[in-house]
Write a protein that binds this ligand. Structure first.
Ligand SMILES: [Zn+2]
Length: 493
């Protein structure tokens, strides 16, 4: 018996606008696709939030015993500067500005992306395909779309005929837009004259002579349109129809709308059963944007090297902060918010450390089974991590009471509490016990012990200036001393 058999997940499906019972196409198996980063610069913190939310979804599905194939792509073919399908692609532009090969740009930022995700304790996806590795599949898709009458070639470029498609299908059903409104709201831009209608989008673009990233095709030497790669890669690895497709809210239109249209046009089938969209990350109440300077990248957040935050924040604190909001809510990144999350995170970790040393005695004064069910209920309800965290803190309160001998726990319940806390804190939320990970080194512990002893000597000699100096300097290095009745202990942030 797997856990998923007794845990019915509900997922908010952006396509229907409702929370629905999750029923995978093949029992016990889940196919999930999430749009990955375009690797032309450091990964955007907002995108990291999206990926972190889906990392938690992936972790929970795995925890329930599903066999999950999680595909998250790398967009390395570069897509155009704006949705009008004109201009220079982002990777080529970056390569030109930095005088390097486009693939050097791709390599540099792919490595940066992976480093950040590793630091933040992400699980790697099952497959991480690249757009440039799937040009043949994309060309095949375009041919099918043309054969079915939904694509047309003009001067070596191929466009998707949105108007034709909308006669037999519903363009706009995901983003709840009507083609008539889109027509009304589209300004005609220069350079779009190849298209039959401004709403059409590029499936293949003929490369200008100076364009470096190019591939041969039946229509021209060129490159695929951005929306196409996700249709090609998701269906190649997950089938023409699969369970979950995720991404940031900003991708709903046009990107995901176009993915649906392409799949329906090529294969006559809507590709995805559950569309999930993670909401935006704001910085101090405003949209993050490079042009206004209201932006911070993940490395700057982790190192503290930025003008927005009073200190550096540990990866676990950032994960905890994210999990304190539903993935469907706008999340506002502020110094106060992170400081509060830091306190909460260490309180939870202190609870986990205390739990290790707790002994059972007599009967339980807390209903551990009912509590465990509430934890599952929270996650089954569209991955409601903030509610889960509230339940985890109920357990931390109980753990503290047991430690203070104000409560008791039976042998069976202690085992259940330990496995459940471990599963949700480490496996599902992906938090790491920093105190264990970072101070696991005996050398560090030895060195800090020497300083603790020197501080005790200073205090014994009433040299409080020195004692405070040792404490403060250690704090600056991220090592917190804590004076208790059993002596001084330390934790590493
Ligand atoms: Zn995509």
């Amino acid at each position: 018996m797997q856990l998923y058999q007794s845990n019915q997940i509900k997922i908010y499906n952006s396509l229907t606008g409702k929370k629905e019972d999750f029923k995978p196409i093949n029992e016990g198996h889940v196919g999930m696709y999430v749009c990955g980063p375009t690797v032309y610069s450091n990964v955007h913190l907002g995108n990291v939030r999206t990926f972190m939310s889906f990392d938690m979804v992936f972790r929970y599905l795995k925890h329930l015993g599903y066999k999950v194939r999680y595909v998250r792509n790398i967009t390395d073919a570069g897509h155009l500067e704006n949705d009008a399908d004109v201009g220079e692609d982002k990777i080529t532009k970056k390569a030109r500005l930095e005088q390097i090969e486009p693939m050097e740009v791709v390599q540099r930022y792919t490595v940066d992306f992976h480093n950040i995700l590793n630091t933040l304790n992400f699980l790697p996806p099952s497959i991480e395909p690249t757009a440039t590795g799937h040009i043949i599949e994309q060309i095949e898709l375009i041919s099918k779309i043309i054969d079915n009458g939904f694509g047309y070639e003009v001067n070596g470029s191929v466009y998707f005929d949105v108007h034709k498609f909308n006669e037999s299908n519903e363009y706009g059903k995901l983003s709840k837009r009507k083609l008539e409104d889109l027509i009304h709201n589209t300004r005609t831009l220069d350079g779009q004259s190849d298209k039959r209608n401004p709403q059409d989008f590029a499936l293949w673009k003929k490369a200008e002579p100076q364009h470096i990233m190019r591939w041969p095709s039946p229509w021209s030497d060129g490159f695929p349109g951005w929306h196409l790669e996700c249709t090609a890669m998701s269906t190649k690895y997950l089938g023409d129809q699969f369970d979950i497709h995720g991404g940031g809210m900003d991708l709903k239109f046009p990107h995901h709308e176009c993915e649906i249209a392409q799949n329906e046009a090529a294969k006559g089938i809507s590709p995805v059963n559950y569309w999930m969209h993670a909401n935006m990350l704001e910085l101090n109440g405003s949209r993050m944007s490079k042009s206004t300077g209201n932006t911070v990248n993940p490395n700057e957040l982790l190192s503290g090297d930025n003008t927005f935050f009073s200190k550096a924040f540990a990866p676990g604190v950032i994960r905890f902060f994210n999990a304190q909001s539903s993935y469907r809510s706008v999340l506002d990144l502020t110094d106060d918010g992170l400081l509060a999350s830091e306190k909460g995170f260490y309180r939870l970790m202190d609870g986990m450390n205390l739990l290790k040393g707790i002994s059972a005695s007599g009967t339980s004064t807390f209903d551990v089974s009912a509590w465990k069910q509430k934890c599952y209920d929270a996650m089954n309800d569209d991955f409601n991590s903030p509610i889960l965290i509230a339940h985890l803190f109920e357990a931390v309160k109980y753990i503290n009471q047991i430690k203070e001998e104000k409560a008791s726990i039976s042998v069976e319940d202690l085992a259940l509490l330990k496995t459940t806390m471990h599963a949700f804190v480490f496996d599902v939320l992906g938090l790491e016990n920093v105190i264990e990970v970072n101070s696991g080194s005996d050398k560090l512990a030895g060195a800090v012990d020497v300083l603790i002893k020197l501080r005790q000597e200073a205090r014994a000699n009433k040299d409080f200036a020195m004692s405070d100096k040792i404490r403060d300097e250690l704090a600056n290095c991220g090592i917190q001393l804590k004076d208790g009745k059993d002596g001084t202990t330390f934790s590493v942030n």
